[in-house]
Design a protein around this ligand. Structure first.
Ligand code: UDP
Ligand code: MG
Length: 339
């Protein structure tokens, strides 16, 4: 049984469940979300805390969160100095969460709060990750088809398995959270990071709700970029593919050269070939540009990694980070080691 001693020891005891919620311009739903969630959580026999991360909202989200924190002592808020993106917001939430298990969910009520109870139950059965998988019922056909094609493509490339419909809505055990926090890379693709961490996991399906208020922050271009990020930030296979494509083109060129030389030897040299030449040159130039682009993508990533900038800056909060950044953890371990 893949259950840790710690978990067996704890089963049946009260746990602290942290709910991490990234919020960007969610003034229209945040109060309703909190009310709905707390109502649902009454059915759970565990303690709860809420970690709301205000990702540099330009509306009243922060002041609403501060109000919530005043009326409900379980509410922690962390506010960024500007918009750093959902990935950074989730990372901050995980750092500031002190629970034995952490549930990550969106503020827009698309992740039904009533599922948290189910997640906690499944966690108690010994699963480190309880993953909610949305069905694509009610989605536009184009969206369903592009998603399907994308996942087929990406799973051919990346080393971890990514599943269509699986997003950030999930419960993570403390050790899974610590493992995710141990991955300090700057370019964070959480879907991949969660899959990389592994541990006993269970997936269950839920019906995705339509967004009640406010708007989705995703434009088509952003989705495209997100897809490319997923592809590139998780493996170096596109580079490998570039090598193979180069080799393929080289062998085609060699065959073609042999054929040209052969036919020149037999028939003598004839001048036409201008069109072929142009097509070949432009095609090759295109292929080269793409490959330079692929290499550039990786170099761009290295560039961001070596800067070692923080993932986010906190401007105001009523909480303290529970998990020290890895650097500090390492420092502590080294201290023991030297002693
Ligand atoms: N979000 C965020 N920072 C951003 C964009 C979004 O923290 O820069 C939050 C947002 O408030 C919401 C969640 O991430 O709680 C998901 O965002 P959204 O609903 O726009 O995405 P979708 O559900 O369309 O994928
Ligand atoms: Mg949403």
């Amino acid at each position: 049984m893949p259950i840790t001693d710690a978990r067996e020891f704890r089963t049946g005891e009260t746990m602290l469940i942290s709910i991490v919620v990234p919020c960007y311009n969610e003034e229209a739903v945040i109060d309703r979300f909190h009310e709905h969630l707390t109502r649902e959580l009454r059915a759970i026999d565990h303690d709860c805390e809420f970690v709301y991360v205000d990702d540099g909202s330009k509306d009243r989200t922060l002041s609403l969160l501060k109000n919530l924190a005043e009326t409900d002592p379980r509410v922690r808020y962390v506010s960024f100095s500007r918009n750093f993106g959902k990935e950074a917001a989730m990372l901050a939430g995980l750092r500031y969460a002190s629970g034995d298990a952490v549930v990550i969910m969106d503020a827009d009520l698309q992740h039904p709060p009533e599922l948290v109870k189910r997640m906690v139950e499944l966690h108690a059965q010994g699963h480190d990750q309880v993953i909610a998988k949305r069905t694509r019922d009610g989605d536009r056909v184009t969206r369903v088809l592009t998603a399907r094609a994308y996942y087929r493509l990406i799973n051919r490339f990346v080393d971890v398995e990514l599943v269509d419909g699986v997003g950030d809505f999930r419960l993570l055990s403390r050790r899974a959270v610590d493992a995710v926090l141990g991955l300090t890379e700057y370019n964070r693709f959480s879907k991949g990071l969660f899959a990389w961490v592994g541990f006993p996991s269970v997936t269950f399906e839920y019906e995705n709700a339509v967004r009640e208020e406010g708007r989705s922050k995703w434009t088509f271009g952003q989705l495209l970029n997100y897809g490319a990020d997923g592809l590139i930030s998780f493996n170096n296979k596109p580079l490998r593919a570039a090598v193979y494509l180069g080799l393929l083109l080289l062998s085609v060129a060699a065959l073609y050269a042999a054929w040209i030389v052969g036919s020149a030897a037999v028939n003598g040299v004839d001048t036409p070939g201008y069109v072929t030449l142009l097509v070949v040159i432009t095609a090759l130039a295109g292929v080269q540009m793409v490959m330079v682009g692929v290499i550039g993508e990786y170099i761009g990533r290295i560039y961001y990694e070596v800067k070692r900038r923080p993932h986010f800056l906190v401007q105001s909060t009523n909480a303290v980070p529970a998990a020290a950044p890895l650097k500090d953890q390492l420092k502590d371990q080294l201290k023991d080691f030297v002693r």
